[in-house]
Design a binder for this molecule. Sequence first.
Ligand code: 5AD
Ligand code: FES
Length: 351
Amino acid sequence: MKQLIDKLYHTTGLEPDEYKTLIDSRNEDLYEYLAWRAREVRTRHYGHDVYIRGLIEFTNYCRNDCYYCGIRKSNRSAQRYRLTDEQILECCRTGYELGFRTFVLQGGEDGYYTDEKVIGIIRSIKKEFPDCAVTLSIGERSYESYKAFYDAGADRYLLRHETADESHYAMLHPEKMSLKNRKQCLYDLKQIGYQVGCGFMVGSPYQTTDHIVGDLLFIKELEPHMVGIGPFIPHHATPFAGKEAGTLELTLYLLAIIRLMLPEVLLPATTALGTIDPRGRERGILAGANIVMPNLSPKSVREKYLLYDNKICTGDEAAECRYCLEKRMESIGCRIAVSRGDHKACIQKTA
Ligand code: 5AD
Ligand code: FES
């Protein structure tokens, strides 16, 4: 099996059946070897720098009803909120002081935020913080909207594909959402010029190894700049309340595989990973990840942006998380970089 890891390391790709074998025959020894290779590749491209992204969860209203998600439309028990433009800018100010040079605007698919409103927010952030990158994570929109946001100064876009398999997609989402549209959005975003991130949940309900192989092949084909993966964690007020969570072990294994497939990829050790294990984020970095995305949202709204149960850091101030993460990264020989942390292949857009 080590030959497969060597092949992946040297050629950055495997055949579908080889991925399947690599995943299904995983054990601790293989993981150690895989993670060692993945760390080597990460260090070659990014040294011991870990990039931080300041996450601003600016609305938890959502028109969608994904079966796994705590802020789905049908969850009547979610207390809904929206941040004002001024509150968003205030988060950026706090973040800038703490060394953040990327702000991620994440929210549900909220019709309140028309293109004009989003453009206004992007412009005001870029005006006050011209040396910072703005990442959007606001779901599916038209090509024209994506283009308008890009022209207003947005640099990056995160849109997890969730699963690359049609029938699995239909088990996770209501009928009116389609994988075809999701993939089209990702290709549109890439074509416009964004640094693009896709991704999926590890251990989502009904996920098989074949689905995961499909996800890896899709990722290889799309060649995104970023890949967000984290364990599925059930939320009590969703149809998947009783489903099992994904595992730390499989998530780490897949992080390492993705690092070898896309050597320069920007790969976060996600909050969900930190939620299922107290040292999950550190272990993610040791598996080849190189990003952490602490929360910059005001403390007052943190417990309201719950995609899953037991989410960490909901009671902590931005500064607490920033220093906590610094210590955590230092404990594994890494350091937090104060920079935009662009993908290697991307020439920085001028402000
Ligand atoms: N567990 C883990 N991740 C989740 N997401 C949504 N709900 C959950 C959950 N219950 C992820 C989805 C989405 C991202 C913002 O959060 O993959 O794209
Ligand atoms: Fe939030 Fe540790 S990162 S408290």
